[in-house]
Design a protein around this ligand. Sequence first.
Ligand code: ZN
Length: 219
Amino acid sequence: MQNRAEEDYIKVIYELTVEREKSMIKSTELSEYFGFTDQSVNEMIKKLKKKHLLTFLPYKGISLTQEGKKIAIRMIRAHRIWEVFLAHNLNFTWENLHEDSEKLEHASSEKLVESLYQYLGKPKVCPHGNPIPDLEGQTEKIDQLSLEDVEEGEKFVLTHVLDTKKLLEFLNLEKMNLYDEYLVVQKNQFNQMIEIKKEETLHFISFQIARMLFGYLVV
Ligand SMILES: [Zn+2]
């Protein structure tokens, strides 16, 4: 058995590797994502490795084992199905979904999650645009392009974002929503900022945040 903190790590590693079609992730990316110290992240990695839920190759990175992936898929599926329910049926806003879905995902039986899924009409994505995997982990194809990789002068449509409260609060504050179209006005490598524009409104996005926003180019 794993506890909640462990399950959350497993879930995030899955989101940052499998869902982004990458085989591995560096531990520093996890520290950046959670905002924890490298030391606490490394301790958790050691713990999960001992439980055979992930493999860790020094200088290369971390990936989940089959067992780790199975747990991640179960958690992610429950989490996103609950999010759809809370957003559609109870009108939760997208930054307020996380906390309750987080608790519910750990507390729901598989039977409950599957009934809810049927009840909601088998949704394909959560309110953050992230795909709901089937029980084998198969999902719809999602856009892999992050805003960080969009060049100046290109137009970008935001289709999914990482599900972290701080990010969603930031997007709300900026009035940025899914399916909005943005023009990349300027990318400044020196101060690591991207200036984007929707209609007449400018937004200044750090590279770090841009790595959490995904979509496709308008051609
Ligand atoms: Zn979500």
